[in-house]
Design a protein around this ligand. Structure first.
Ligand code: GAL
Length: 922
């Protein structure tokens, strides 16, 4: 009988797996109670106690490390300024870094380089880490939490936080505390604290003991808190964050701004991000799946484990299909005590539903369910969402997905969500992606840091291609206290953590290790750093190429050898090389696509950043440049009195190029695989060219989510089959009667006729390398502008713009009228100031007051105006060029009607009702 035992155990195990797959149908990511395997993943977002010191001087001295003194705090340097060398600092002060570094050991490949935890427990006597500390005066907050987004905005030239970082109080030292009860039933469990993102320099104490932490504010990280827990009791978590000033070129946010989870497993379990599923030999007929599973044995005994992985189709509602499509063979392996092993397996799947970008392909997903058993008893079940696709990189044809060349119609996106700040919210991110999709976008570059995992979940489901990026600086700094300070000690851990976390996301097509890093300006020295990062990335994931974005490095510089895909910022179309830019100082580069293509004929070239065009939605400045691209200045496209930039879409930063110029350049170099616009949405910080503002002018969509005119220029190019025409500017110019007021039209047609008050202004056809139709000599007369666009000689689309009357009433509309009563969903409600006939008054700036009745609350308001210093939580907002936005959150667990009312003096009110539904109703 003894001889048959292993066989019997395997049979019991297989039966258990079959039984389980029929009853357990939820994805682990969304699951918050223990399944039969004993794995439990609980969202730990509710009711943290929070305290922030009033100033850095008052903060405690439990510091991660000393920092260099800041001698030059200006954050208005141009984005293409050359990064400079790091400064070395030495100190005798006690720093806590030695206790934090071991947290990253699992991400350092060479175990001889692992950090040993020193003896002692720094901070253990500090009151905030004690369980009996009275924190009742602290503020109660729910995560994700961004301590700075509520403001106030710091206005003026010499403020502690300038325009570069968004004028919001993100720097500072703060503490979060929470008690968690660990029941006796968890006595033999491994317990982990998973932090998806905290800004920054996190250090965690559990029951007064410093358990570890992680400095980079964008990395997701895990702490094994098992050794510090008291079973059958309340346990005190205390997290200290320290967000330095002068640490970023944009708004970083501050606080625990992503989810925090408590994960409990049996001691034998799938490791953190412990599965990797690669698809090989992919065709419509079949695909080979290679599976890697890391199994951790946290116990003191060696064990024999049986592993089995089943593959399921993914259903739309986030659940897996009932029956498994196929199963990897059950394998058996020994896992020594206190160690990790890897199990490798492969399988061929017939007729796979491939993952690919719409509209020509479908982003199909699968779920792999890995079950681990010991002695026939299931000890862990772990689910992995993945996609099957083949991505090829071809120097002539570009990026090829499942055999189809996909031209990259991409945008760069920063991590903030406008008025909601850095605090991640899935609906807000989804709304950003929806609008980008409407524009025709099929790719996102995560500029310049790891995104929230939920964002990649969305890009997977919606079918975007993603460049997943690590850093904005390596060893050379861009701002005095940016993350160059931790690069030498943390780059391996950060990069491996990013790749392990995101390697199963089919939307991710390449890893970018850096953006415009200072190492470009060095020779072999910089190439060495790039090589090290490439080797780490290749080691973690040989299936995707690695890149870094260059705005300076030339083809003959050694650093470019290290990029497996050539990602060029602005250099492709040339920097400051057009006549309108000739007088400017700074990097000057001719179009470099040909030089790079010649040097690297087999490498794909992507314009990872292009345009850097700037505009304020609905604002037009005259005269309009006759060229196709011009640098913005106080006299060209800029309105220095109001700090606005004209929205004709022709004005750019000194190193940028208008969309038209970028299109021309890409079309002249057909091997270019496409590119990423800087930027898709406006973001907080970097308000070039008007430093006194609080948010950017780069977005094709403004900070509130309203489309600027440029939206339609991109749509006309990226969705050629979508009939559309768009006229600009608006036609309310009482002071311009008789004056030349150029009219431009963006259309996916090839020809159009413009009429002013019924009179033809002429029919025009797009010439070669022309992307807009322009009637630059129209003399303004109030009335109606109408355009009829043609494609191949046939009527294709129409647009009408009318001179409106005075503001008369408010018009209110919502992005969705039905939302979930889960306390996380959001309704984005737009208010337009309209005239008697219901036409939006394009210059209206009326002040609007918002109010909510029913189970919901106002989270923020905005209007997309980068100069508006009214704090985001305010319930009143001036319209900007006719529009304002209010963001409403439903109360968790209280379904019902939420009435949102808008009032404005002298105008008729308006209201809308949003239905908030319980989970099972939607
Ligand atoms: C680039 C940089 C971006 C942004 C952009 C616009 O040089 O990579 O992060 O700063 O310029 O200013």
């Amino acid at each position: 009988m003894k001889k048959y035992r292993p066989l019997i155990e395997i049979i019991i195990f297989i039966l258990a797996v079959i039984l389980l797959s029929s009853c357990n149908n939820k994805i682990i990511n969304h699951q918050n109670k223990s399944d039969i395997s004993g794995r439990e993943k609980v969202l730990l977002n509710k009711e943290w106690l929070f305290m922030q010191y009033d100033s850095a001087e008052e903060a405690d001295d439990l510091i991660y490390d000393v920092r260099p003194e800041v001698t030059d705090a200006r954050d208005d340097k141009p984005a293409d300024a050359e990064p400079t060398e790091a400064i070395e600092v030495t100190t005798k002060q006690e720093v806590l870094k030695p206790w934090i570094l071991p947290t990253g050991n699992k991400f350092i490949k060479d175990s001889t380089q692992h950090y040993d935890r020193p003896t002692g427990n720094p901070g253990e006597n500090f009151p905030f880490v004690q369980s009996d500390f009275n924190d009742s005066s602290w503020q109660t907050v729910d995560l994700p939490h961004d301590w700075a987004i509520k403001g106030p905005f710091l206005e003026g030239w010499d403020t502690e936080v300038g325009g570069g970082m968004g004028r919001l109080p993100s720097p500072g030292v703060a503490w979060y505390r929470k008690e968690i009860y660990i029941p006796v039933a968890d006595k033999n469990k491994s317990v982990f604290l998973d932090v998806d993102g905290a800004m920054s320099y996190s250090m965690v104490w559990i029951n007064g003991k410093l358990a570890g932490g992680w400095p980079y504010g964008y990395t997701s990280w895990r702490l094994d808190i098992t050794p510090y827990l008291n079973i059958g009791e309340e346990n005190q978590i205390a997290i200290r964050l320290d967000n330095p000033p002068n640490s970023s070129r944009w708004y970083p946010g501050g606080g625990i701004y992503r989810n925090v989870w408590l994960v409990k497993t049996n001691p034998i379990h799938v490791g953190q991000w412990g599965t990797f599923i690669k698809s090989k030999d992919v065709s419509k007929a079949s695909a080979k799946l290679e599976l890697e599973v890391s199994i951790d044995n946290d116990s003191e005994k060696e064990v024999l484990v049986q592993t089995n992985t089943q593959i399921f189709s993914f259903k739309k509602n986030g659940e897996k299909d009932k029956d498994a499509i196929t199963t990897f063979d059950t394998s058996e392996k020994r896992v020594p005590a206190k160690s990790t092993i890897k199990i490798l397996d492969s399988i061929t799947i017939e007729d796979p539903n491939l993952w690919g970008p719409p509209p020509t392909q479908t982003p199909n997903l699968y779920i792999a369910e890995t079950t681990i058993a010991v002695g026939g008893e299931i000890v862990d079940i772990y689910k992995t969402q993945f996609g099957i696709r083949k991505v090829e990189f071809n120097g002539e044809k570009g990026v090829i997905v499942n055999g189809e060349p996909i031209f990259i119609k991409g945008v760069n996106q920063h991590h903030d969500l406008g008025a909601l700040g850095a605090a991640f919210n899935k609906r807000a991110a989804e709304r950003q992606l929806e609008k980008l999709k409407e524009m025709g976008v099929n790719a996102i570059r995560m500029a310049h840091n790891p995104p929230a995992t939920e964002l990649l979940d969305l890009t997977d489901k919606m079918g975007f291609l993603v460049v997943d990026e690590m850093y904005d600086s390596w060893e050379r700094k861009k701002t005095p206290l940016d993350f160059h300070l931790i690069f030498p000690e943390w780059h391996e851990q950060d990069l491996r953590a990013l790749i392990r976390r995101d390697r199963n996301n089919p939307s991710v097509i390449m890893w970018s290790t850096g953006n415009e890093v200072g190492e470009q300006y060095t020779g072999e020295e910089g190439a060495k750093v790039a090589r090290r990062l490439r080797e780490i990335a290749n080691d973690e994931d040989p299936s995707r190429p690695t890149t870094a974005s260059f705005n300076y490095a030339k083809p003959d510089m050694p650093i470019t050898e290290e990029s497996e895909v050539i990602n060029l910022n602005y250099q492709g179309e040339g920097i400051r090389n057009a006549p309108a830019y000739a007088h400017l100082e700074g990097i000057n580069t001719p179009p470099l696509y040909p030089a790079f293509h010649e040097k690297y004929p087999n490498k794909v070239i992507i314009s990872s950043e292009n345009a850097a065009a700037v505009s304020s939605r609905g604002t037009y400045v005259f005269p309009v440049t006759a060229g196709i691209s011009a640098p913005v200045s106080d006299t060209t496209g800029g309105d220095p009195e109001n700090n606005y930039v004209s929205a004709y879409g022709l004005y750019t930063t000194s190193f940028g190029a208008s969309p038209d110029k970028v299109f021309t350049s890409v079309d002249k170099h057909p091997y270019v695989a496409g590119g990423f616009v800087w930027s898709g949405w406006d973001y907080l910080g970097e308000p070039t060219p008007y430093y006194l503002s609080r948010s950017s002018y780069f977005g094709v969509i403004d900070l509130a989510g309203f489309k600027k005119d440029r939206f339609y220029l991109y749509q006309s190019r990226w969705r050629p089959d979508h009939p559309m025409a768009h006229i600009l500017p608006h036609w309310n110019w009482p002071d311009r009667k008789g004056e030349i007021t150029p009219v431009h039209v963006f259309t996916s047609g090839d020809e159009a006729e413009l009429f002013l008050n019924g009179k033809s202004m002429g029919r025009k056809k797009k010439g070669k390398y022309e992307y807009r139709l322009r009637w630059d000599d129209v003399v303004y007369k109030p009335g109606e502008l109408k355009v009829t666009a043609y494609k191949n000689g046939k009527e294709w689309a129409e647009d009408v713009v009318k001179t409106t009357g005075q503001p008369a009433r408010l018009k209110i509309s919502a992005d969705r009228n039905n939302i979930k009563a889960d306390g996380k969903d959001l309704a984005f409600i737009t208010v337009e100031i309209v005239d008697e006939e219901g036409l939006t008054v394009p210059t209206a700036i009326n002040n609007v007051q918002f109010e909510v009745e029913g189970p919901g609350e106002i989270v923020a308001t905005d209007n997309g105006d980068p100069t508006n210093m009214n704090p985001f939580p305010s319930h009143q907002r001036k319209a900007f060029n006719g529009k304002a936005l209010v963001i409403v959150r439903p109360t968790a667990g209280k379904p019902g009607a939420i009435k949102v009312k808008a009032r404005s003096e002298g105008l008729s009110n308006s209201e809308i009702t949003i239905e908030s539904h319980s989970d099972n109703e939607l």
